[in-house]
Design a protein around this ligand. Structure first.
Ligand code: F6P
Length: 343
């Protein structure tokens, strides 16, 4: 048996831990061979491969990024994409694919499994934690820790100058990073894509924070939008091959609005890709490793079209169709709960 492995979409801490676990168990327990496909779906599409064996995964557990490379290539949008993938799998004698990715990458795996008989097992990853059918994705915990540390640091500089500090975190469709880091870091306002915000209300929270002689920290997810009208985003024309618009600008826009409306000085920090880089947290290494161990078992069992998922503390299998049907967003009740700390 030869198993192909690829990592697709935005990278996140823990990808290497999955790859290592898959290869270690696959070689040691099942005597499988492996082929690494490079740069997400571009690898199977173009036949770009790399050696993947025990020496290749030595030392990669704590390393961020992915030794296989990643891309947002959508092979279903390429001419003859499916035929080219089938040819390259046959050429490299690959019998099954382990696909590590988020909603887009796994959506392709689902269609290739269901509609074209390509045997795929999915492993969920994303710092955004917005994949359905799993309680957590690895990468999220690391991103929340990075954002929380930034908020802790911003409190002291905000207090020293009695300024508003707006912190823009990732999360284009879901506010998980904003909510978790905002609560952990003691933010005074948290804005998420799930609920449009009212600028007057935000300014009221900011002003009331100053009234108690504290400087406010506003955490805003990059996908959050004001109630009145959509923001004109800097990169609105830049779509990736899955049709997503590149977001940028809500933090800067919000700081200017707050300054104008409250008369208080405001600054913005955009955390950006810092949240995706560097070494994974212990939790993410643990989760990624367990996902890898269970993914190779799924291949052994012929459980194709399935994804490994965390339910409570158990790793289970769920249909890829269930995982990619809709995004897992923050429940409004959970967001409302946090509002006791606003202002
Ligand atoms: O999906 C993960 C994510 O980090 C989002 O939070 C963010 O909007 C997007 O990727 C950024 O993508 P890119 O690295 O392609 O600019």
């Amino acid at each position: 048996m030869r198993v192909g492995v690829l990592t697709g979409g935005g990278d996140c801490p823990g990808l290497n831990a999955v790859i290592r676990a898959v290869v270690r168990k696959g070689v040691q327990r099942y005597h499988y061979d492996f082929t690494g496909f490079k740069d997400g779906w571009r690898g199977p599409l173009t036949g770009a491969v790399t050696r993947l064996d025990i020496p290749a995964v030595r030392g990669i557990l704590p390393r961020g990024g992915t030794v296989l490379g990643s891309s947002r290539t959508n092979p279903l949008r390429e001419p003859d994409g499916v035929r080219r993938i089938k040819e390259n799998l046959a050429k490299h004698e690959v019998d099954a694919l382990i696909v590590i990715g988020g909603e887009d990458t796994l959506g392709v795996a689902r269609r290739l499994s269901e509609e074209h008989g390509i045997p795929c097992v999915g492993v969920p990853k994303t710092i955004d934690n917005d994949l359905s059918a799993t309680d957590y994705t690895f990468g999220f915990d690391t991103a929340v820790n990075i954002a929380t540390e930034a908020i802790d640091r911003l409190h002291t500089t905000a207090e020293s100058h009695m300024r508003v500090l707006v912190v823009e975190v990732m999360g284009r469709h879901a506010g998980w990073i904003a909510l978790h880091s905002g609560l952990a870091g003691g933010a005074n306002v948290i804005l998420v894509p799930e609920q449009r915000f009212d600028l007057d209300e935000v300014c009221e929270w900011v002003t009331s924070r100053f009234r108690s002689s504290y400087a406010p920290i506003v955490v805003v997810a990059e996908g959050a939008m004001p109630r009145d009208g959509d923001l004109v985003l800097k990169d609105a024309a830049a779509h990736d091959s899955f049709g997503h618009v590149r977001l940028s600008g809500v933090g800067e826009w919000l700081a200017k609005q707050i300054e104008t409306r409250t008369g208080k000085e405001a600054r913005t920090t955009v955390l950006g890709h810092v949240q995706r880089g560097g070494t994974p947290s212990a939790f993410d290494r643990w989760l990624a490793t367990r996902f890898g161990l269970h993914a190779i078992d799924a291949v052994r069992d012929g459980a194709f079209g399935q994804m490994v998922a965390l339910r409570g503390t158990d790793v289970v299998r769920v249909p890829l169709a269930e995982a990619t049907a809709k995004l897992k967003t923050v429940p409004l009740a959970e967001y409302e709960e946090a509002k006791v700390f606003f202002g």
